[in-house]
Ligand binder design. Structure first.
Ligand code: HEC
Length: 121
């Protein structure tokens, strides 16, 4: 094979590949747009087909409990409200030393006697 030294040939190659590259990038963009519209249409169709049903009171209650659990974990309520001696979660008694003195976390269990069980909503 002859060594290719002709600069016209290289410039032709460069032009060829850069055109090809641009074409493939364009094809990629077009397919991304198509996929986007396709999935949007799919979502719209799915939204149309799902029947709307009111949750039962039990389901609502369970959802609320799950939401509360999520929030209690996310806000790390147990960090302060866990009893440091018994390790009982939410039983309180954790001492926070402040310039105003020691503030103890309270018992926030559903216990009517020791916790917040008799609190109203
Ligand atoms: C940084 C520590 C800390 C964290 C975290 C914390 N608490 Fe407290 N909480 C306290 C302290 C201390 C008290 C008591 C304040 C007082 O005596 O005035 C208290 C009091 C309470 C009370 C009042 C109880 C009563 O007897 O009236 C409730 C309810 C409560 N916390 C709920 C929560 C919940 C729910 C979370 C999480 C979302 C949470 N706490 C996170 C420290 C904390």
């Amino acid at each position: 094979m002859l060594p290719i030294t002709n600069s016209t040939f290289w410039s032709y190659c460069e032009k060829f590949f850069s055109t090809r590259l641009r074409a493939s990038q364009l094809a990629l963009k077009i397919s991304a747009i198509c996929l986007g519209f396709g999935s949007l249409a799919g979502v719209a169709q799915a939204a149309e087909q799902v029947p709307v049903q009111a949750p039962s009171p039990e389901q609502t209650q369970q959802n609320l409990i799950a939401k509360g659990q999520y929030l209690a974990i996310a806000a790390d309520c147990a960090a302060c409200h866990t009893d440091p001696t018994t390790k009982q979660p939410f039983a309180g008694g954790y001492a926070i030393h402040s310039p105003m003195g020691v503030i103890y976390s309270t018992n926030i269990t559903p216990s009517k006697q020791f916790g917040i069980g008799s609190y109203t909503e």
